[in-house]
Design a protein around this ligand. Structure first.
Ligand code: SF4
Length: 73
Protein backbone atom coordinates (compact mmCIF):
# COMPACT_ATOMS: atom_id res chain seq x y z
CA UNK A 1 0.00 0.00 0.00
CA UNK A 2 1.25 3.46 -0.86
CA UNK A 3 2.07 5.66 2.12
CA UNK A 4 2.10 9.43 2.44
CA UNK A 5 4.46 11.39 4.63
CA UNK A 6 2.55 13.61 7.01
CA UNK A 7 3.94 16.17 9.40
CA UNK A 8 2.79 15.94 13.01
CA UNK A 9 3.49 17.85 16.18
CA UNK A 10 3.78 16.28 19.61
CA UNK A 11 1.72 18.77 21.64
CA UNK A 12 3.24 17.57 24.91
CA UNK A 13 6.81 18.23 23.77
CA UNK A 14 6.06 21.48 21.94
CA UNK A 15 7.05 24.60 23.84
CA UNK A 16 5.44 27.04 21.41
CA UNK A 17 8.68 28.58 20.20
CA UNK A 18 7.08 29.14 16.81
CA UNK A 19 10.28 28.54 14.89
CA UNK A 20 8.68 25.79 12.84
CA UNK A 21 6.17 28.23 11.34
CA UNK A 22 9.04 30.44 10.22
CA UNK A 23 10.87 27.50 8.68
CA UNK A 24 7.86 25.91 6.97
CA UNK A 25 5.12 28.54 6.67
CA UNK A 26 3.55 26.70 3.73
CA UNK A 27 2.25 24.04 6.11
CA UNK A 28 2.54 25.40 9.65
CA UNK A 29 0.54 28.29 11.08
CA UNK A 30 0.57 29.47 14.66
CA UNK A 31 -2.49 29.75 16.84
CA UNK A 32 -3.14 32.78 19.04
CA UNK A 33 -0.89 31.35 21.77
CA UNK A 34 2.02 30.66 19.43
CA UNK A 35 1.46 26.94 19.13
CA UNK A 36 1.61 25.30 15.72
CA UNK A 37 -1.34 24.24 13.63
CA UNK A 38 0.04 21.73 11.19
CA UNK A 39 -1.63 21.16 7.83
CA UNK A 40 -2.63 17.46 7.83
CA UNK A 41 -2.20 17.14 4.05
CA UNK A 42 0.44 14.77 2.72
CA UNK A 43 3.95 16.16 2.31
CA UNK A 44 4.97 15.64 -1.32
CA UNK A 45 8.59 14.75 -2.07
CA UNK A 46 9.33 18.19 -3.52
CA UNK A 47 8.67 19.94 -0.19
CA UNK A 48 9.94 17.21 2.11
CA UNK A 49 13.26 18.99 2.56
CA UNK A 50 11.41 22.01 3.95
CA UNK A 51 9.54 19.77 6.38
CA UNK A 52 12.82 18.17 7.45
CA UNK A 53 14.39 21.58 7.95
CA UNK A 54 11.53 22.54 10.30
CA UNK A 55 11.91 19.24 12.14
CA UNK A 56 15.65 19.79 12.55
CA UNK A 57 15.08 23.37 13.70
CA UNK A 58 12.56 22.56 16.42
CA UNK A 59 14.35 23.08 19.74
CA UNK A 60 11.92 20.77 21.54
CA UNK A 61 12.17 17.91 19.02
CA UNK A 62 8.39 18.06 18.82
CA UNK A 63 7.93 17.70 15.06
CA UNK A 64 8.04 14.45 13.18
CA UNK A 65 7.26 12.99 9.80
CA UNK A 66 5.08 9.91 9.97
CA UNK A 67 3.59 7.57 7.38
CA UNK A 68 -0.11 7.37 6.66
CA UNK A 69 -1.96 5.25 4.14
CA UNK A 70 -2.18 7.30 0.98
CA UNK A 71 -5.51 9.01 0.42
CA UNK A 72 -5.04 9.07 -3.35
CA UNK A 73 -2.85 7.62 -6.04
S1 SF4 B 1 9.45 24.87 16.72
FE1 SF4 B 1 8.91 22.98 17.88
S2 SF4 B 1 8.53 23.70 19.95
FE2 SF4 B 1 8.45 25.47 18.61
S3 SF4 B 1 6.28 25.74 18.07
FE3 SF4 B 1 7.25 24.50 16.47
S4 SF4 B 1 6.88 22.36 17.14
FE4 SF4 B 1 6.58 23.66 18.93
Amino acid sequence: MKKDNVLRVNPIACDGHGLCAELFPERIQLDEWGYPIVDPAAIPPEVEKHARRAIAGCPAVALLLTKRAATSG
